[in-house]
Write a protein that binds this ligand. Structure first.
Ligand SMILES: [Zn+2]
Ligand SMILES: [Zn+2]
Length: 169
C-alpha cells in the first residue's frame, strides 16, 4: 500500500487526499489466527505543515474472528480513525524521530503503519454479539443455536440436602 507525497512535500499548507484499497494477508495474534474478510480500505488526508506532514486517516475493513464465548467464526467489522505524523528523515526533530513515520523518498509504503493501527484497534476479546449466550458448561452445546435442558435438571445442592433431611423426618 503506497502513496506519493511529492505534491505536498515542499508546499506548506498544501494537502492531498488518498483513497486506497488493498488485500491484507492473515496474521497471528497471540494464539489466534485472524484473517481479513474484506480488503482494507484506507482514506488519508496529508497536510504539510512547517515541521512535518500531519496525516488524518480512516481505516475500514472486516476481520474473520472466533467468538470467545461460542467459539463460532464470525465477521467482525472494523472502522477506526487515527492521526499520524510523517517527516523526511533529514528534517526530523528529535521528538519526531521517535514518533513519526520517517520517509526517505516521495513514495511511502504505509502497509506496516496501517497494519499497526488495525492491531491497536482490535478488541481485547472477540465476541460475536453482546447477546451471545456462549456454550453450555455442562453439554457444550452452542446456546445461541439450541436450548439444551441441562440447566433445568440442575439440583441446587442446598435443596438436595434439604430434601434428604425432610425425608428422614
Ligand atoms: Zn458468540
Ligand atoms: Zn447443556
Amino acid at each position: 500500500m503506497k502513496v506519493n507525497v511529492a505534491k505536498v512535500r515542499y508546499s506548506e499548507g498544501e494537502s492531498i487526499l488518498f483513497d486506497l484499497v488493498e488485500e491484507f494477508s492473515s496474521f497471528d495474534l497471540g494464539s489466534e489466527a485472524l484473517s481479513f474478510h474484506a480488503p482494507v480500505h484506507v482514506q488519508l488526508q496529508v497536510n504539510k505543515t512547517n515541521r512535518a506532514m500531519l496525516v488524518y486517516g480512516n481505516i475500514q475493513t472486516e476481520l474473520e474472528a472466533t467468538c470467545g464465548r461460542c467459539l463460532e467464526t464470525y465477521v467482525c467489522p472494523l472502522s477506526l480513525s487515527f492521526h499520524d505524523e510523517w517527516v523526511f528523515r533529514a528534517q526530523a526533530t528529535e521528538d519526531l524521530l521517535e514518533s513519526a513515520l520517517l520517509l526517505d523518498k516521495d513514495e511511502v509504503d504505509i502497509t506496516e503503519r496501517i497494519f499497526e493501527q488495525i492491531v491497536l484497534a482490535l478488541p481485547m476479546k472477540f465476541i460475536c454479539s453482546a447477546e451471545c449466550q456462549g456454550l453450555c458448561s455442562v453439554c457444550g452445546a452452542n446456546r445461541n443455536l439450541t436450548s439444551c435442558h441441562c440447566g433445568e435438571d440442575d439440583i441446587n445442592p442446598r435443596f438436595a440436602a434439604l430434601g434428604q433431611w425432610q425425608s428422614k423426618d
